[in-house]
Design a protein around this ligand. Structure first.
Ligand code: FRU
Length: 468
């Protein structure tokens, strides 16, 4: 439907029209993935936040649904999560139907204008039709602000060993963990992070979840931060460690990032996906999100990504790769040799390859000489994406530039895949240990592709078909 709109991604989730930011409340039930998102239905810039809603069978093709949550007397509906209360601990279920409970921040704009510090409080709403329509809980807010201006983005999950709900809440410069028997009454458990990680901005949108690795359970804590990302503006840092239902202990003091590109923010994972952990982020950056040159809508999400922990020199690192379902959208394939180009590539494609460690670059360009360059610099052991000449840069002085991702792998070959979709490139190297996501706005689609690498086998180039 939207195929003709300039800069509209064809494989990524975008709102039908108007403004979108963070993905919210994602969960899977009965063969359907639910995605909610920060939405302003009346403007292409941020404003009174609602939860927009979309559903998908495969995380690729999304169906728009009616708005799920509207602002109320407690405020705007900021970011948060959703759980299925299987055991009806909340008592909000009816007739044996387990409620879907959304837990989010009520942000009171009037109180903000009046300079009140207690403007952010946590609320819940419940759905008895699987997440389609919600009723606000009469006892909101369920957590009152203790005097912290940035007090938001609750992410809740069931902690089976302790038979209780655990909430990770972003509280300015740290995470605060709460627990609850019933989603209504919450007790503070502990804090993490005042002395860990990046602190160039406010901590936002956390996610805490277990993963299996080497026969053990390790816990991952994702902490989005804005500003303070390694390449500027918004970004998603993560910590790996242990969690005992009370406290999170990190394995080390290193600050690492889910993605080193400039356009993967506020990402969290889907709930109720069993052993899988599926991540999705907002493919933008507060440095320029409100002024990017798209038309009737603003922002796309990243592709859904499978997360894994990999043991790297005794530390567990997070690796992300696009979900397998991307392969169902392959139209045709061909191979291209090192140091070769393709003149009529598609604006929607996947390039993958394996090559000995060496300098290499992949250039996407158009006839106007606009281009994005992605590659590896062996001397500094870093991957990069350069959008200095990517087309329209005029909307923000913070947009142009080069972003770098460290290479963590010590292997003597590099495997990578790069998915481009009209206005974005997502690059994954070394099984996803290094990721770089970037957006761009060329005046004409990038249809030329050139790879420079002196050693190595041919690369696989797949033409992808739209999922919208
Ligand atoms: C992150 C964020 C959240 C907040 C939401 C408001 O991008 O600032 O912390 O809940 O956006 O739309």
């Amino acid at each position: 439907v939207f195929a003709q709109e300039k800069h509209r991604p064809q494989l990524h989730f975008t709102p039908p029209t108007m403004w979108m930011n963070d993905p919210n409340g994602m969960f899977y039930a009965n063969g359907t993935y639910h995605l909610y998102y920060q939405y302003h239905p009346e403007s292409t810039v941020w404003g009174p936040m609602h939860w927009g809603h979309a559903t998908s069978k495969d995380l690729m093709k999304w169906e728009h649904q009616p708005i799920a949550l509207h602002p109320d007397s407690l405020g705007l509906i900021f970011s948060g999560s959703a759980v299925i209360d299987h055991q009806n601990t909340s008592g909000l279920g009816r007739n044996g139907v387990a409620p879907v409970v959304a837990i989010y921040t009520s942000h009171n704009m009037d109180w903000e204008k009046a300079g009140r510090i207690d403007r952010e409080n946590q609320s819940i709403s419940y759905s008895l039709d699987g997440g389609q329509t919600f009723t606000k809980f009469a006892g909101n807010p369920v957590i009152k602000n203790p005097g912290v201006a940035d007090f938001r983005d609750p992410n809740v999950s069931w902690y089976a060993p302790g038979k209780k709900w655990i909430m990770a809440l972003a509280t300015q410069d740290r995470e605060t963990f709460y627990s609850s028997p019933d989603l209504k009454n919450w007790t503070k458990e502990s804090e993490f992070g005042a002395k860990f990680g990046a602190h160039g901005g406010v901590w936002e949108c956390p996610d805490l979840f277990p993963m299996q690795v080497d026969g053990k359970t390790k816990w991952v804590l994702i902490v989005n931060i804005n500003p303070g990302a390694p390449n500027g503006g918004s970004g998603a840092q993560y910590f790996v460690g242990d969690f005992d239902g009370h406290q999170f202990i990190a394995q080390d003091e290193e600050t690492r990032w889910v993605d080193y590109g400039r356009d993967n923010y506020a990402g969290v994972t889907f709930h109720e996906t069993g052993d899988k952990r599926i991540f999705m982020g907002w493919m933008s950056n507060w440095d320029y999100a409100t002024v990017v040159p798209t038309g009737s809508w603003r922002s796309a999400n990243t592709l859904a990504r499978d997360l894994k922990l990999l043991n790297q020199d005794g530390k567990y690192l997070l690796a992300s790769t696009p979900v397998e379902a991307v392969s169902n959208y392959v139209n045709s394939t061909k191979t291209i040799k090192s140091n070769q180009g393709v003149k009529t590539a598609s604006a929607l494609q996947r390039l993958s390859g394996k090559l000995p460690v060496q300098d290499f670059s992949i250039t996407l360009s158009n006839a106007k000489g606009e281009k994005v360059i992605i590659g590896f610099e062996a001397a500094s052991n870093r991957y990069f994406v350069d959008r200095d000449a990517s087309g329209d840069l005029s909307f923000s002085t913070k947009f142009a530039g080069k972003a770098y991702a460290p290479r963590f792998s010590k292997a003597d070959t590099i495997d990578f895949s790069l998915i481009t979709d009209v206005a974005s490139a997502e690059f994954f190297a070394d099984g996803g240990l290094s990721a770089l996501t970037t957006i761009y706005f060329p005046s004409e689609p990038f249809k030329n592709l050139k790879v420079t690498a002196t050693k190595g086998l041919p690369f696989l180039l797949e033409d992808l078909k739209p999922s919208i």
